[in-house]
Write a new protein. Structure first.
Length: 191
């Protein structure tokens, strides 16, 4: 699991998306194909993909979304969608309790940490929602935020919703945004 996350941390090529471009390099589509169409990234209403900050490299992708400039009703937040390699979604077969135990371990918390330090991260809550595992995380650098882990099209996909130092995202709002982001991701990839 930590192998694909490491590969996602340093993607090299810019993501090329065909969509309307909003001011600031944001795309305003409701879903966008990545990895040659292997997966569609769903975009919650009020949020736009930042195509300048998003990356696609080989068999992985990291997509960043922020509140659209013209939508002040959406919570100011950054939504990150990380798409793992082909067949990386197989780890989901371990099941929610096993995955939750992994993320609570030193190795799992180090995987969640931006700096690889387990001591910087606490898993406050782990909740199974359908086929996804939702984690309420308290990170020394990032603060409280929610992350979802799910298998889509054979790939492990993680979503996170975070605020910033100047505009923190309260945990309850973060959970709502993760639920919404997960729903639009699953809808965009429904067969």
């Amino acid at each position: 699991m930590s192998t694909w996350i490491s590969k996602l941390a340093f993607p090299a090529a810019l993501l090329a998306l065909a969509a309307c471009v909003a001011p600031g390099g944001f795309t305003s589509t409701r879903s966008a194909p990545v990895l040659g169409g292997a997966l569609n990234v769903g975009v919650p209403a009020g949020y736009c993909i930042d195509r300048r900050a998003s990356r696609e490299s080989g068999d992985t992708a990291v997509i960043l979304m922020g509140r659209c400039a013209d939508n002040l009703s959406a919570a100011p937040a950054v939504i990150t969608v990380s798409v793992g390699q082909s067949a990386s979604g197989g780890v989901m077969t371990a099941g929610g309790p096993t995955l939750a135990a992994f993320f609570r371990s030193d190795q799992g918390r180090a995987t969640l940490s931006r700096d690889g330090r387990a001591g910087d991260v606490q898993v406050v809550q782990a909740v199974g929602v359908g086929e996804a595992l939702l984690l309420h995380i308290r990170d020394r650098r990032q603060g409280d935020y929610w992350r979802a882990v799910v298998g889509i099209g054979g790939r492990l996909v993680t979503l996170s919703a975070t605020g910033s130092d100047s505009s923190p995202l309260p945990p309850a709002e973060g959970r709502k945004l993760i639920d919404l982001s997960l729903a639009v991701l699953q809808k965009a990839n429904a067969k």
